[in-house]
Design a protein around this ligand. Structure first.
Ligand code: ZN
Ligand code: ZN
Length: 309
């Protein structure tokens, strides 16, 4: 099995490899700006704290709970207005529009670690981590791809509009501008003068926007790369998915990826007592507040699966 997977080729639709400049340049720009974090003068505790809070909100609520467990797998239901707010949070991680993210991830589940999985690390580790984003995959922009994998989302005008004229990307830019502006006004309120307020705004840009975006990107990408390469397995799935405690720690439970591949619809990814799953806790809290219902737990999901079989 491993021998066969080690020879996995790039998906045919990416051949010959052609750089996808919009993504390549955007990701390069963000990583170059990341150098700012090495300047001690641009560090502030408030910038770091806002960055951590933003990671919890945008990666935890936006990507783990929103993009993944809610929009891709429908592991629970919630009011439409809340679903849209959560999707906006996901956009603030610079991880693509909701419909594209969902379509690519559903394709990954259908073909995981086999052709034509869009991002298997069994092509090579870097390909699974980020390489797949840097090159054109002819499937990802096709109408057929969206029709097949994300029709449910695009029937909603909200998600459809986000696809047009790179609207989702501008949402990311606007959220960054809002964070920097708040940093500036916070600086004006707490510091001696305008120049110091500008420095604080620059610090928030460095830590709460750029460093946080880079961190969020890499820990999310690690679910695709690390959690199909290293770790332990609870279930014998047809792919090479694994559970990784440290990826789970930084992604609010997404690192229990072998559990997830074994039971995709379940909104609960931690299956054993020590597999901490903050996203599942948050979904339960939402349910207690009347903001989520029809939560799919592992037992129910497996039961449903057996019934369908
Ligand atoms: Zn999934
Ligand atoms: Zn996977």
């Amino acid at each position: 099995m491993l021998q066969k997977l080690k020879q996995l080729e790039h998906p045919v639709e990416t051949q010959p490899l052609t750089v996808y400049w919009p993504y390549a340049l955007s990701l390069l720009a963000v990583h170059i700006l990341g150098v700012l974090a090495f300047f001690p003068s641009l560090f502030s505790w408030s910038g770091l704290c806002v960055g951590i809070a933003a990671h919890i909100l945008f990666d935890g609520l936006g990507v783990s709970i929103g993009y993944h467990r809610l929009l891709t797998h429908r592991g629970f239901e919630c009011p439409k207005w809340l679903e849209h707010c959560i999707a906006i949070c996901g956009i603030c991680t610079l991880q693509d529009s909701p419909a594209r993210w969902v379509a690519i991830h559903r394709m990954h589940h259908q073909h995981s670690d086999h052709q034509p999985d869009p991002h298997s690390p069994w092509v090579n580790f870097l390909w699974g981590h980020v390489g797949w984003l840097l090159f054109i995959d002819r499937r990802h922009d096709g109408v057929v791809h969206f029709e097949r994998y994300a029709r449910d989302l695009l029937r909603d005008p909200f998600y459809f509009r986000l696809e047009r004229k790179l609207m989702w990307f501008w949402v990311y830019v606007i959220h960054a501008a809002i964070i920097v502006s708040i940093g500036y006004f916070y600086g004006l309120a707490t510091m001696a003068n305008h120049t110091q307020a500008l420095w604080l705004a620059a610090s928030w840009f460095t830590w709460a926007v750029i460093a946080r975006t880079i961190f969020t990107l890499h820990v999310t990408w690690a679910v695709n790369s690390v959690c199909h390469t290293w770790g332990y397995r609870n279930y014998e799935t047809r792919d090479e998915s694994t559970n990784s405690w440290w990826v789970a720690l930084f992604t609010f439970g997404e690192g229990w990826h072998n559990n997830h591949h074994a039971d995709q619809r379940s909104a609960q990814h931690g299956h054993r007592w020590f597999e901490l799953d903050p996203s599942w806790w948050a979904i339960n809290l939402m349910a207690k507040m009347g903001l989520a219902w029809n939560l799919i737990s592992p037992r129910q999901a497996l039961h449903t699966h057996v019934e369908h079989d």
